[in-house]
Write a protein of this length. Structure first.
Ligand SMILES: Cc1cc2nc3c(=O)[nH]c(=O)nc-3n(C[C@H](O)[C@H](O)[C@H](O)COP(=O)(O)O)c2cc1C
Length: 179
């Protein structure tokens, strides 16, 4: 299987995860980049008007890959607009895929994200995994309320998510290197 990680990150959390998985899997990495620098206001405008993002063209031939790992933050219960636009633009070249995100953490949003991915790509993901910043801040304690938006993780924080990451990699039938 030839795997490509395709990711978008606004504040760096998914960047850290993408580079960690790239290192473990020794696979290729494609960062989705926008034409204009984004801010909190344009995040909200894109959501309110259901707008697509304007992406810089990428130079990777997706047809060279048969397994995709997509990664992006969640904004107001939705896939970040740059990833959504990438998936819409490239649907026909995308085969087997999975989705993983470092997000704030909201109960029940995973099902909604899975439905959205199926609508966009016309096929189900192998696995959808959420790594909740909330779990980092509360030690996984249910019901504890913390402010997660804007929190920036460090690479060492990924240790907390190791079980979920291993499960994600296993479903991808990929042999992962230890941390
Ligand atoms: C405007 C905004 C809305 C957000 N909404 C959600 C949300 O609905 N659910 C969630 O789990 N996280 C939400 N988050 C948190 C981000 O998904 C989280 O901070 C993520 O790790 C950021 O990833 P990045 O650093 O790669 O951009 C939101 C963040 C922002 C800025």
């Amino acid at each position: 299987m030839r795997t490509l990680i395709v990711y978008y990150s606004f504040t760096g959390n998914n960047d850290i995860l993408a580079n960690d998985l790239k290192r473990r899997l020794s696979c290729d990495l494609l960062k989705i980049e926008e034409v204009k620098k984004r801010n909190g206001f344009t995040i909200l405008l894109d959501i309110v008007f259901n707008r697509d993002a304007r992406l810089k063209p990428h130079k990777v031939s997706l047809l060279d890959y048969d397994n995709f790992i997509f990664m992006a933050p969640i904004w107001v219960g939705r896939l970040a607009a740059p990833l959504k636009t990438f998936l819409k633009n490239n649907r026909k070249e995308i085969s087997r895929y999975s989705f993983i995100t470092v997000c704030g953490g909201v109960e029940g949003q995973k099902e909604k994200l899975t439905r959205k991915l199926i609508r966009l790509l016309h096929r189900p993901p192998e696995i959808v995994t959420e790594l909740w910043v909330a779990d980092l801040l509360t030690g996984g304690k249910k019901g504890a309320s913390v402010k997660t938006t804007g929190y920036q993780i460090a690479r060492k924080d990924l240790v907390v998510f190791e079980d979920k990451i291993q499960e994600f990699l296993k479903v991808n039938q990929l042999k992962a290197q230890p941390v």
